[in-house]
Design a protein. Structure first.
Length: 280
């Protein structure tokens, strides 16, 4: 038996499938999944749940079909809990801390559901990329509002200044370098590390504008370029690679398609088997 099969069997046999319940749909309680994954507190585990909710929303998959929040009594105590569909469990596991040995085993298990063939690390990376990309969209909207209130009238110039600082290229030049066509955002083709660096650049640019009360188009462009340059220097200093030389990632739209297909495949697993568990 391969290590992959041992990991998969270990997570399954140590309780996941036996924890399923059925009441209108097959579900698992988040509190029980938390224990299986080796988390000790709800607060720390809730981060994975929140990321999973964001991913589900990004995919335009109905949250109430996969996450049902409730209060329930366990051991004489009233606790907060969430009923999770199998797909919701998949999203939570892929957003969990894979430095925990049991999380790694769970990721192997879920990555290989419904005939998947890629490694669990690749699968988790795709889910995480999608979450960071969505967070960047939110932060870009926030930065846009802050910049416009501070006097930016030509936002494309301001946006290019940030890219210029980080990449020594404007957006169109970066598209050309990476072969990105159709006016698509370079962010849609960035790997996890590069996306995280851009998220940091965007949030720090907004903070700099607010804290230093920077006003006016020219000064705001200079601020955006300065922050981009700081992020660039830090990346080169720590990793020895200029941001523009990082590898191009898979199109985020393709990742969305894959995850939507995954949701259908995973849903199909439970539609074929009616759990013998007591309804609750």
């Amino acid at each position: 038996m391969s290590d992959l099969e041992i990991f998969t069997q270990d997570f399954s046999e140590n309780g996941f499938e036996n924890k399923s319940r059925a009441n209108g749909f097959t579900f698992w309680y988040a509190s029980e999944l938390m224990a299986l994954l080796g988390y000790e507190t709800w607060t720390s585990f809730q981060k994975a749940i929140n990321k999973a909710l964001t991913t589900c929303n990004t995919l335009n998959i109905d949250i109430p079909d996969n996450f049902i929040f409730e209060q329930r009594e366990v051991g004489g105590k009233n606790i907060r809990d969430v009923k999770l569909s199998r797909f919701a469990c998949y999203l939570v596991v892929m957003n969990a801390d894979n430095k925990k040995p049991t999380v790694a085993k769970a990721q192997v298990y879920f990555a290989n559901l419904a005939g998947a063939v890629q490694s669990y690390l690749e699968e988790a990376d795709k889910v995480e990329r999608l979450g960071i990309r969505e967070e960047i969209s939110d932060r870009e909207n926030s930065l846009s509002g802050t910049a416009r209130r501070a006097g930016v009238q030509q936002y494309s110039y301001f946006q290019n200044a940030g890219y210029r600082g980080m990449y020594n290229k404007n957006i169109n030049q970066l598209r050309e370098l990476r072969g990105i066509e159709g006016g698509r955002s370079p962010l849609d083709y960035m790997g996890k590390v590069e996306l995280a660096a851009n998220l940091f650049r965007i949030t720090q640019t907004e903070m700099k504008i607010q804290q230093n009360e920077i006003k006016g188009q020219s000064r705001l462009e200079s601020a955006a370029e300065s922050v981009g340059g700081e992020v660039r220097s830090a990346m080169i200093r720590m990793n020895g690679i200029a941001p523009e030389n990082l590898p191009v990632g898979e199109d985020i739209r393709e990742i969305k398609k894959q995850l939507k297909q995954k949701s259908k495949q995973i849903k199909g697993i439970d539609s074929k088997v009616t759990p013998s568990k007591k309804k609750k």
